[in-house]
Design a protein around this ligand. Structure first.
Ligand code: ARG
Ligand code: ZN
Length: 473
C-alpha cells in the first residue's frame, strides 16, 4: 500500500501527464501498457522493489523441511496496477519458479538475476487490481549483508529456520515488491513436520493437523514492510504473558532457552505500557519476542515479533535491546522509511528509546546517556553524514548514536513537552505509512513553531559533529 499524501507528488505527476500530453507521449487509446520498472527508485538499492503496481496483500503458503532445507511455496499477491502494464517484475533471488498465473490465467515469466519478470496473458489496466500466483521451491540462498556481513534472508538451522532480512533478504524466500515504501498485509500458512512449530508476524489463528505435519496459520492485519516479515520454524514454545495496554503479549522461544528467555523478556509488558503512554497506543495486534537457539550478532524488529539470537537476548545488558526492538514497532515498523538512506529515522529513534527506558527504570538520566554516547562517538572520529550513510553504513554507529543524539539535540532546543508532542504527532500522522526525513522535520517545525533548519542541517547534513547540546562553547 502506498499512500498518496503529498501535494507536491501529485503536482509532479500532473506535470508529467501534461508534458506527456504535450509531446504526444505514449498515451494512445487502447494502450497495451509498458513494462513496469525493475526497481522502485531507491538510489542505494536500484533493483529493490519494482514500479507500476502496489501490493495490498500477500498470502504465503509454505512448507519447509529442516534437514534438506527445501522451501516450497505458493505466493498469492493481490496488487493494484498504478499504470497500464504489459509486464511487471517481482523480486526473487534464487529458487525455482514452477508456474505463474495472473487472475487465474497462465502467465509467461522469465528470470534475470533477482528479477522475476511476469507477462500476463492480457495487459493490466491502470487502477485495476490483479492477483498473481507464483509456485516456487528450492533451497534459499541468503544474501550477504552490505554492512555487517551477516547472512540475510531465510536462514536454515539444524532443526528449523528463521528469517532476518533487513534490508534486502525478503527476496531470498518469496516473490515480493521488496521495498519498505510498499507495505502490505499478510496471511501465512506454513506446514512443518511435527513436532516443530512455525511462527510468523501477527496472530496465530489456526493449527491444521496433517499427516505427520501441522499447518500453522498466522494473520497480520496491519501492513508490514518486507524486511520486517518473519517466519521461523523450530522446537518452539509459545509463551503468553497477558496483555499490556490492551495488547496481547506472546513470545516464541526455542524450547531449550525458554526459562532464560522468559526472564530476559520479563519487562516487556511494562515497556509496552511505557512507550504507549509516551508516543500513543502500540500500533499492532500483538507483541512478543522470538528467541532462536543460535547467536545472531544482531536483533531485528520483525513486526509484532522481534527476532533475537541467543546472544542478543540472553546477556546481562539485553534489556536495552528489548526496549530498542520494541520501540521500533512505532518507529521503523508502523512509520517506515521510504528510502533506505533515511535509516536514522529508525535507528536514531530506537537508540533514544533505550535512554528513555533506562531513565524510566531508575537508571541513568537521558541527559547522562546522551552525554556518554556523545563522548564516545566524538572520540571515534566517525564523520558519517546521517542523511547519506551509504548502503554499507546503514547500520553503522553513526546511524544509531548520532541519530539518537539528533533527537536529544531537538529536545534540548524545543523543551521536553514540545519534543514529546513532536514524536506523538509524527507517529499519529504517519502510522502505517512510509516517510522521509523531510516529513519528520516538517512535523518538528509545525509542532514547535520554530525554524529548525540550522539544527537539522548541523546534525544530519554535515560531517562535523556539533557540540554537545546544551553545553555552552
Ligand atoms: N534493525 C536492527 C536493529 O534493531 C539491526 C539490523 C541489522 N541488519 C543488518 N543487515 N546488519 O538495530
Ligand atoms: Zn534498531
Amino acid at each position: 500500500m502506498i499512500m498518496m499524501r503529498r501535494l507536491s507528488a501529485a503536482l509532479v505527476a500532473l506535470t508529467l501527464v501534461l508534458i506527456t500530453a504535450a509531446y504526444g507521449g505514449s498515451g494512445d487509446k487502447g494502450d497495451k501498457g509498458k513494462a513496469g520498472a525493475p526497481g522502485i527508485g531507491d538510489r542505494y538499492f536500484p533493483t529493490l522493489g519494482n514500479g507500476g503496481y502496489d501490493v495490498e496483500h500477500y498470502t504465503l503458503e509454505l512448507s519447509y523441511e529442516p534437514g534438506d532445507d527445501v522451501l516450497a511455496g505458493t505466493a498469492t499477491i493481490e496488487a493494484e496496477a498504478t499504470k497500464a502494464l504489459k509486464s511487471f517484475n517481482l523480486d526473487l533471488a534464487g529458487l525455482e519458479v514452477e508456474s505463474v498465473t495472473v487472475d487465474g490465467d497462465e502467465a509467461e515469466f522469465e528470470r534475470d538475476d533477482a528479477e522475476l519478470i511476469v507477462t500476463p496473458a492480457e495487459s493490466l489496466a491502470k487502477g485495476g487490481t490483479f492477483t498473481t500466483e507464483v509456485e516456487y521451491s528450492g533451497v534459499p540462498d541468503p544474501e550477504s549483508d552490505p554492512s555487517l556481513g551477516i547472512p540475510l534472508g531465510w536462514i536454515p538451522l539444524d532443526d528449523g529456520s528463521y528469517v532476518l532480512s533487513e534490508p534486502n533478504g525478503a527476496q531470498t524466500w518469496y516473490p515480493v515488491n521488496d521495498h519498505p515504501s510498499d507495505k502490505a498485509t499478510y496471511t501465512f500458512r506454513i506446514t512443518v513436520p511435527d513436532p516443530l512449530i512455525a511462527a510468523a508476524n501477527g496472530l496465530l489463528t489456526e493449527q491444521v493437523p496433517g499427516d505427520g505435519s501441522t499447518t500453522y496459520v498466522w494473520e497480520s492485519g496491519d501492513p508490514i514492510a518486507s524486511y520486517l516479515v518473519e517466519v521461523a520454524v523450530g522446537n518452539f514454545v509459545i509463551v503468553e504473558d497477558g496483555t499490556a495496554a490492551g495488547v496481547p503479549i506472546r513470545h516464541v522461544f526455542a524450547a531449550d532457552l525458554a526459562d532464560e528467555a522468559t526472564e530476559a523478556a520479563a519487562e516487556t509488558p511494562e515497556m509496552v505500557e511505557f512507550f504507549s503512554e509516551e508516543w500513543g497506543p502500540y500500533p499492532f495486534e500483538a507483541y512478543g519476542a522470538l528467541v532462536v537457539d543460535t547467536p545472531l550478532g544482531v536483533a531485528l524488529e520483525t513486526q509484532t515479533l522481534s527476532l533475537f539470537g541467543s546472544d542478543t537476548a540472553l546477556f546481562a545488558g539485553s534489556e536495552a535491546i528489548f526496549a530498542h526492538e520494541l520501540a521500533h514497532q512505532w518507529f521503523g515498523d508502523a512509520v517506515s522509511p521510504e528510502r533506505w538512506r533515511d535509516i536514522w529515522l529508525n535507528e536514531g529513534f530506537a537508540t533514544y528509546a533505550e535512554w528513555m527506558w533506562k531513565e524510566h527504570d531508575g537508571g541513568e538520566s537521558i541527559a547522562e546517556s546522551a552525554e556518554d554516547i556523545y563522548r564516545g562517538f566524538e572520540a571515534s572520529g566517525d564523520d558519517t553524514v546521517l542523511l547519506d550513510p551509504g548502503p554499507d553504513g546503514l547500520f553503522g554507529a553513526a546511524v544509531y548514536e548520532r541519530g539518537g543524539l539528533t533527537l536529544y539535540a531537538l529536545r534540548v532546543e524545543v523543551g521536553d513537552d514540545v519534543f514529546t508532542e513532536i514524536l506523538r504527532t509524527y507517529f499519529e500522522k504517519f502510522d502505517n505509512q512510509s516517510v522521509t526525513t523531510a516529513d519528520f522535520v516538517d512535523v518538528a517545525e509545525d509542532v514547535s513553531g520554530k525554524n529548525l533548519d540550522e539544527l537539522f542541517a548541523a546534525w544530519l547534513a554535515q560531517a562535523e559533529l556539533p557540540p554537545f547540546p546544551g553545553a555552552s562553547a
